[in-house]
Design a protein. Structure first.
Length: 232
């Protein structure tokens, strides 16, 4: 069963400049994704899809391959992850390299672990799902979500204003770390998430979306906390 890890790392980050290679506790943040893929020992190929020469150099330095630079079409702000994956898979097919499984690993998934990659692969290997990715339960019921218009608060779901929390259905969010997928199924339908998608459950400390400098600091704190807990 051949497997490829694809790490999409565009050079043009707006909210945090040079985000994908910004220093995270002594290493470029992309290094954590590459090293988790290497340590899992799952993959026949670990590659970074980028349009940026500096990112490519960093990626190679930490053990990934960069066999080509991403096309201009897939390097703008509107390029979808699925389009980047298709470009990579198509490139390898032209090189007579066909993979049964793929794993899209985001370059800023600093809390990713090889163990979670292995767990996800075991789930998808059973055959029931075409895609598996990490999710976490929302800390507050989404049925109690509020909206604010001109400083006035109202409920998105008024019927649940008085519903007990324990009676509300649990809701989950995408942790934004990685997507393990069956290549043939993905290429046929053109997107990752369908009605045959499976979940790998994470705890709050095991993931962190990074959109700004505050998120960055929180991710560093979580990483250090988890490392200390694992070392004890």
């Amino acid at each position: 069963m051949t497997k490829i890890a694809i790490i999409p790392a565009r050079g043009g980050s707006k909210r945090i400049p040079r985000k994908n290679i910004k220093d995270f506790l002594g290493k470029p943040i992309i290094a954590y994704s590459i090293q988790a893929a290497i340590e899992s020992k799952l993959f026949d190929e670990i590659m970074v899809s980028t349009d940026d020469e500096e990112i490519a150099s960093v990626a190679v330095n930490y053990g990934a391959k960069v066999p080509f630079l991403r096309s201009n079409e897939n390097s703008n702000d509107f390029a979808a992850t699925a389009d980047v994956l298709k470009e990579v898979i198509t490139y390898y097919k032209k090189e007579d390299k066909v993979f049964e499984f793929g794993c899209c690993i985001y370059p800023t998934a600093s809390l990713i672990s090889s163990e979670k990659l292995i767990e996800a692969f075991k789930i998808i290997q059973d055959g029931e799902f075409s895609t598996v990715f990490p999710v976490a339960e929302f800390s507050s019921p989404i049925q109690r979500a509020l909206k604010v218009e001109k400083e006035r608060i109202s409920n998105f779901f008024p019927k649940h204003m008085q519903t007990r929390t324990q009676d509300l259905e649990k809701a989950y969010q995408d942790c934004g770390q990685f997507y393990f997928f069956k290549v043939e199924s993905f290429m046929k339908r053109g997107f990752l998430q369908g009605d045959d998608t499976g979940a790998l459950f994470l705890k709050d400390l095991e993931y962190q979306d990074i959109d700004n400098e505050q998120d960055w600091k929180i991710a560093e704190f979580k990483y250090q906390f988890l490392k200390q807990a694992n070392d004890e």
